[in-house]
Design a protein around this ligand. Sequence first.
Ligand code: PLP
Length: 412
Amino acid sequence: MDASFANGLAATYDTPFYAYDLSAVACRTQELMASLPEGARLFHSFKANPLPPVAEEIRLGGAQAEITSLGELHAARLAGHDLTQALYGGPGKKAAEIAAALNAGVRWFSCESWQDLKRLSEAATAAQTEVQILLRVNPAEAPDARLAMTGVESQFGFDESLLTDPEARAKVRQPGICLRGVHVYFGTQVASVGALTANTRRALETAVRLEAALDFECTVINAGGGFPWPYANNAPVPALKGLREELTTLWQASPLYPKAQLWFEAGRYLCAAAGTLVTRVLDVKPSRTRTFVVLDTGIHHLGGMAGLGRIPRSAVTFQNLSRSHAGEMTADIVGPLCTPLDSLARGLKLPVVEAGDLLAVPNVGAYGLTASLVAFLSHPAPVEISYREGEMEQVWRWRSGHQQLFPAEIPY
Ligand SMILES: Cc1ncc(COP(=O)(O)O)c(C=O)c1O
């Protein structure tokens, strides 16, 4: 990130802050769209980054909304999405939540279980409407993904064997339910064109099997995605070169082509590159044999996922925006929270830093703030700033803190 731009923003808004480059969002969206077969639809997974200006940029690039909560629904609305085209998913949808989503215009749902189907049917019937359903399936075969969500025991979707059971044919036919297709999300950070293609092949084959088993016309296959991008470091970016050709060949050879639509969903690939977290060094202190760099940010702003052990802890890049390279140091990089888990990196080699320096962490536009422990210790959330070509556009802040509710108030 440009040092003078970041220093200017820090002087106005204080640190820490997230800055999102909307040109990078537009560029990644265009790139991913161009990597999919002609006619395929792309959905933006709001869980990666629901910030309205970021989401709006992705919408303008041609993607629809994949949402999993009423908060994400609100963000999709702010980003200008047509909610009748949004896909609402997630393994634990409450009856009141489904009713509110229907009321907001949502009609497409990813259904995760028999209980979920029952709730969707009841809500649709009560609202005197019909919902378009994709059955989320957990195929038996394990995928190529860093965090596999299929082919293993999982809370996500129906095990395929539940849907190929002869009784399933009648069970999927419920009032208010229009069965449209199949959804398979294999996992995130799928590392190569070969693995992305193999997973899409598995999704298409699963859809063909279920079309026969359930005796319905499959008109949508949501093949998930898991398109990769480095997280919080400057590791080389995986190339998607050749993906479009591979997927097109595969798709056109499927018995479902051309009667069905092929959908994909992505969060990380669309948002990660655009986001930088800018933070101030508060302290550099020795403890026995180690040096601790204390920042004004930590796992409450970056890395709920880190707290859960998902970031390789030596793999974070810190760019020093206050001084040019003046030698290296080895340090543990920690935040201001009262837990030793508040650590962004251990034993990291980095350019020398001093108290007061401004640092930038790249590639945190996905699963940055949205995946963090924002409530822990009640610090304010960092502001989130969108910019384009060095010009600031909008400033937002996730609001946290307790607010008393009274009996007549509805929590949503
Ligand atoms: C069902 C589903 N779809 C899409 C995504 C987005 O994945 P990614 O950010 O890797 O593109 C996730 C992430 O967990 C997911 O669970």
